[in-house]
Design a binder for this molecule. Sequence first.
Ligand code: MSP
Length: 507
Amino acid sequence: MPRPFYVTTPIYYVNDVPHIGHAYTTVAADVLARWRRLHGDDVVFLTGTDEHGLKVQRAAEERGITPAEHAEQTSRRFRDAWAGLDITNTDFIRTTEERHHRAVQEFLQAVHDAGDIELDTYEGLYCVACEGYYTPDELVDGNCPIHGRPVEQVVEENYFFRLSRYEQRLLDHYEAHPEAVQPETRRNEVLGFIKGGLKDFSMSRTSISWGIPLPWDPSHVAYVWFDALFNYCTAVGYGSDPVRFDRYWPADYHLIGKDILRFHAVYWPAMLMSAGLEPPRCVFAHGFLLVGGEKMSKTRLNQIAPADLVETVGVDGFRYHFMADQRFGPDGDFSYEAMVARYNSDLANNFGNLANRVLTMSAGYVGGVTPADRADGPLVAAAAAAYEAQAAALDRLDFASGFAAVWELIRATNAYIEDRRPWETNKAGDTATTAAVLGDCLEALRIVALLASPVIPRAAAELWRRLGWPGTPEEQRLPEAAGWGAVNGSGNRLEKGAPLFPRLDAP
Ligand code: MSP
C-alpha cells in the first residue's frame, strides 16, 4: 500500500488576482508533490480559493457585482494560472462549496460542544487586509504592521473561541514535535507568541452575511479564518468520508508565507485540538518575494503575473527560477535580470547544451543508438551523490540545494566529456572507448532527466523521449530508477532535436 502524503498551499483570497508571490508557494508545493509521487507515495495536493470575509465582500461591492459572482470569476483565474504552470494539484477547493459548508458546520458544532465557544462583546482593532485582530501595541504608527494601512475600530457582540485554554497544550505539542513549525526562526517566533499569553479571539460576525452561518445561531457567520483554515480538513473528507480522512489527516505539510504563520501555528492547532483532531505535522513558512525591495501589493502596483514571465522563460524556466534561485525560507528579491541570467547559465548552457552535445556526438559516433557497453567511470559515483544530496535537501524543503545537486551531475558529465574527449578517440578509430564514454553520458542524462523532472517537467519529459526511453519520467520509481544502469538502454534510438532551452538575450 503506497504511503499517503498530504501537502497544501494556502487558499488564496479572491480579492486579488494571481501573482508570482502566490505562484511561489504553489510551485514549491507542486515540486514536493511530484518528488513524493516519484517515490511512489499516494499524494494529495490541495490548493484553492478563500472566498468569504469582509475583504472579498468589499472587493465585490467596488465592482458592483455580488460576492458570489466576483468569487466565481477570480477563482477561475487562479485555476487557470495553476494549469498554466503545470501544477499537479489533485483537488481545488473553494470555500463557497457545499462540501465545505457542511464540513465547517459540523466542525463548528464540535468546537461548540467542547465548551470552547462563548458569547461576549468584542471591542478592538481589525485589519481588513489581514482579516485579523490587533492590540494597540502591535500597531506600527497606528497602522497594521503587515499592510501599513489603518485598522478599523470594531464593536460587536461575537462568539469567542477560548484560545487561552490552549496555551499549555500548544507548548507541550511544540515541545514534543520540534519539527512541527519550520524553519527554526519561525518556530521561535511561534513559541514566543504563545508564551506571551494567548487571548480568546472573536470567531463570528453579525455585521456581514457573506460567510458560513453558525449552526447554533445563524444570525452570525463564522469569522473568515475559522472557515478558511478548515478547508484542509474538508478536502480530505472530514464529516463525509471518515476512512479517507483518517488516511490523509494530519497533513504532512502546510506550506505558507510568513504573514499567516500565527493563524496556522497558533489558532489552527488549537482549533483542531478543541474538536479532538490532530494538528498538522508541519507548518513551513517561507519568506516574501519582494519586488524592488517591497512586498507586492495591489496598491503599490508592483504585482507581476506569472504569465508575463512565462512568456519569456517558459513554464520550466519560471518554475526553475523560483525553486533554484530563491531560497525557501528567507525573503528574496525578484529580479528579471537574475532570472534571465540563471536561465541562460543553468538551463540553456548546462542542461540544454549537455543534452545537445551528447546527442550530437552519439549521432556522429555511434549511429544515434545507445551503445551496449559503458565505461562505468567517475559518473557512477557522481550520479549516486547527486540523488543522495538532492533527497536530503528536499526532505528539508531546501529546493535550491536539492536542484543544485542535480546540476552538479550535469557539471560532472561535462567535465567527463572534456576529460575523455570522445571526438579524439573517435578520430583515432577507438570505437570501443568512444562508445563506452558516450554510454556513460547517456546514462547520466537519463538520471538528470529523472531528478530534474519535478522542477522542469516539460524539458525532462522531452529529454527522456529523445533518449529513447518509453513512458515518462513521472512513471519511474525512485530511488531504484536513479540507480546507475537501473534499466538497459542498449539499442535505444536517440533523437537530437532542437535546443531544449533556446538562449535568451540579456535584458
Ligand atoms: N486567504 C488567506 C490564506 C488562508 S489559508 C487557510 C491568505 N490569502 S492571500 O492570498 O492573501 O495570501 C496567501 C499566501 O500567498 C501567503 O501566505 C503567501 O504564501 C503567498 N504570498 C502572497 N504574497 C506573497 C509574496 N509577495 N511573496 C511570497 N508569498 C506571498 O492569506
